[in-house]
Ligand binder design. Structure first.
Ligand code: NAP
Ligand code: MG
Length: 406
């Protein structure tokens, strides 16, 4: 028996719900625990446990990520009215991701997993495009009024310490309409910029930021200026040393350039732009089940997860004793991403190497034609392609991993 790799610092693990919870246990038992000696700080974010603890467990998990620096999270149910009934919940608890994100004040980066036999819809993309979405403010935290009829709409700022009130007319309505007020803060924009520069450097990839500064000369221009100043003050030399670039351009131009590019950049976007573009990029890369996600806090804490949800439909099939073919790639990459980062922070080369091998074993399994149903639909046709069930897929990766670690 080979010796297990010692993980020096505790790893924060957050268990989740439904189909992803089932795959999570298999990954842990077959792909991790046989090889690693880990001190796991385990937080069970199962919907029922969140309910029992009045969601304290989510807050505790976020605190643990801040204490230890790296967390790895399974997908979790965000309760809605149906879920409150289904699980007989005391309350419609908030999204755990929302809670953790706001406690860490982090930025979410989504990165696709590349396999040779699944070609992106955009044929020139040869490298992953990472999306960095600012997850604060703008239209997600807006105030809206439905205007019933004629009248004047204005925007007013009243300084707390006294001083001059500023007022501008938005529109003189002659009939019904709508108005919307949005905001952002310099602090949040700066944290976003820092997370993006830091992640670009971590990934050794160019950073693009784009918004609509030609039209929005105060709001979007502020984002642009904060990025530019932060770059010049704190990152320019480090970027030059790493051979990467920071580049700002108008969002229209960025869209055109991204489509013509070969990929391989981190594209930072405002909240709404990032929401929409990340779905477009994910779809173009083939499957949501091949998209990983990492939350990076401005002070260097990391939380890794899959971008997809709990795959509820597959779970119900599973409960009905039907065979499922659910893809565990993004969950496995959440673990390998977290463990690699842990290894880098602790200076444990063997752990970094293990994470690389786990990625390779997973990718090569798919490239050898062994794949789940979602991938079979988008992979290049080949006679050796074979659809396997949820368990068989993980077993095939396990077999390859053992071979690699011989
Ligand atoms: P979902 O879990 O992402 O699944 C939507 C559909 O995408 C599935 O029905 C399946 O399509 C396909 N899919 C997603 N992941 C897959 C995988 N690993 N392998 C194969 N196919 C996959 O979204 P949802 O069903 O709308 O949401 C379920 C629950 O997840 C909700 O309660 C939601 O709150 C939660 N959620 C959590 C997170 C998170 O924790 N980060 C994110 C999003 C949603 P087919 O049915 O066509 O096979
Ligand atoms: Mg979206």
């Amino acid at each position: 028996m080979r010796e297990k790799i010692k993980v020096k610092t505790p790893v924060v693990e957050m268990d989740g719900d439904e189909m992803t919870r089932i795959m999570w246990k298999m990954i842990r038992d077959k792909l991790l625990l046989p090889f690693l000696d880990m001190d796991i700080k385990y937080y069970d974010l199962h919907i029922k446990n969140r309910d029992i603890t009045d969601d304290r467990v989510t807050v505790d998990a976020a605190n643990a990520i801040m204490e230890y620096g790296v967390g790895i999270k399974c997908a979790t149910i965000t309760p809605n009215a149906d879920r409150v009934k289904e699980y007989d919940l005391k309350e419609m608890w908030k999204s755990p991701n929302g809670t953790i994100r706001s406690m860490l004040d982090g930025t979410v980066f989504r990165k696709p997993i590349f396999v040779k036999n699944i070609k992106p819809s955009v044929s020139t993309w040869e490298k992953p495009i990472i999306i960095g979405r600012h997850a604060y403010g703008d239209v997600y935290d807006n105030v809206e009024i439905a205007v019933p009829g004629p009248g004047k709409a204005s925007i007013i700022f009243t300084p707390s310490g006294g001083g001059k009130t500023e007022e501008k007319t938005i529109h003189e309505f002659k009939g019904p309409g709508i108005i919307q007020g949005i905001h952002n803060t310099d602090e949040s924009m700066l944290n976003f910029a820092r997370a993006c520069f830091s992640f670009a450097l971590d990934q050794k990839t160019d950073l693009w930021f784009s918004d609509k500064d030609t039209i929005s000369k105060t709001y979007d221009a502020r984002f642009r200026d904060i990025f530019q100043r932060e770059y010049e003050e704190n990152w320019e030399t480090r970027f030059e040393d790493a051979g990467i670039e920071y580049f700002f351009t108008l969002i229209d131009d960025a869209v055109a350039r991204v489509i013509r590019s070969e990929g391989g950049m981190l594209w930072a976007l405002k909240n709404y732009d990032g929401d929409v573009m990340s779905d477009m990029i994910a779809t173009a890369y083939g499957s949501l089940a091949m998209m990983t996600s990492v939350l990076v806090s401005p002070n260097g804490c990391y939380e890794y997860e899959a971008a997809h949800g709990t795959v509820q439909k597959h779970y119900y099939k599973h409960l009905d004793n039907e065979e499922t073919s659910t893809n565990s790639m993004a969950l496995i990459f959440a673990w390998s991403g977290g463990l690699r980062k842990r290894g880098e922070l602790d200076g444990t080369d063997s752990l970094v190497a293990f994470a690389d091998k786990l990625d390779e074993a997973s990718v090569e399994t798919v490239e050898s034609g062994i794949m789940t149903g979602d991938l079979l639909l988008v992979a290049e046709k080949a006679t050796h392609n074979r659809k396997v069930n949820t368990t068989q897929f993980i077993d095939a990766i396990e077999k390859r991993l053992h071979e690699k670690l011989q």
